[in-house]
Write a protein that binds this ligand. Structure first.
Ligand SMILES: Cc1cc2nc3c(=O)[nH]c(=O)nc-3n(C[C@H](O)[C@H](O)[C@H](O)COP(=O)(O)O)c2cc1C
Length: 234
């Protein structure tokens, strides 16, 4: 049964209901890690252990140079000393926006744990070598799919099927093959979001949630950032 109910009239859909968040945990600046990347690591592992469905799914927001935002889900693939990595097509809408305005916002929502993590920061492209290493680890079908899709462009009904047939022929492998030599397309790779702000949110009763925000000390190095930590009002 859904946790929301609705009232519908001819011109309006109104939604009522709210899940009561009631976690026994408590976060505050004094009990979190001094680094938000380490704190994320801890929470991510806890989300996996709690069998959160798709803990690696995150919303990515970008904006045009005139400030028009857009969001979509992507998969979080790596957290290194510098930041959060995801992979995509470099000609897609998100990548075009990131090229012009290299700032992004990420959002994780782990419903089963009443937790949310917000990340803001500038982005950089991964090196070709880094993207190549990841690309090689993907199944053949997914690698062919990257070649076949001109992501975010308008296509006709059968275009994808034709494109897939073309690339299968070009590389002499089938999408169902277990192995095959499918190189990294030069229009595909990773982006890294280097955080300047990270917020951890924990749902509590009466909407008096816990919020802990890290702000990066300006000028501190990318691979060894320093942070100020504050508790925010819900
Ligand atoms: C759970 C989930 C995970 C996704 N992961 C990715 C991803 O890692 N990379 C990607 O390019 N698109 C991914 N997508 C598809 C994107 O949401 C989006 O449709 C696509 O990237 C085109 O976005 P754009 O036109 O804004 O560039 C995912 C979608 C969902 C629902």
């Amino acid at each position: 049964m859904s946790s929301v109910s609705v009232t519908e009239s001819a011109d309006c859909l109104q939604v009522q209901g709210h899940v009561q968040y009631d976690t026994p945990d408590h976060i505050t600046p004094s009990n979190v890690h001094t680094s938000p990347l380490e704190q994320f690591h801890i929470w991510f592992n806890q989300a996996r252990e709690a069998n959160v469905r798709e803990p690696d799914a995150m919303s990515l927001s970008t904006a045009t140079t005139s400030g028009i935002p857009s969001s979509r889900m992507v998969l979080f693939k790596q957290l290194d000393k510098r930041g959060f990595v995801f992979y995509t097509n470099y000609t897609s809408r998100k990548s075009r926006e990131l090229e012009q305005n290299p700032q992004a916002a990420l959002l994780f929502f782990w419903r089963e744990m009443s937790r949310q993590v917000r990340v803001l920061g500038r982005v950089e492209k991964l090196s070709k070598e880094e993207s190549e290493e990841y690309f090689k680890s993907r199944p053949v079908g997914t690698r062919l799919g990257a070649w076949a899709s001109h992501q975010s462009s308008v296509i006709g009904e059968d275009d994808l099927v034709h494109r897939l047939a073309e690339v299968q022929e070009r590389f002499g492998v089938q999408a169902s093959d277990k192995e095959g030599d499918v190189p990294l397309p030069d229009f595909w790779g990773g982006w890294r979001v280097i955080p300047s702000e990270v917020e951890f949110w924990l749902g509590k009763p009466s909407r008096l949630h816990d919020r802990v925000r890290y702000l990066r000390v300006e000028g501190s190095p990318d691979d060894q950032p320093r942070w100020t930590i504050d508790r925010l009002s819900p």
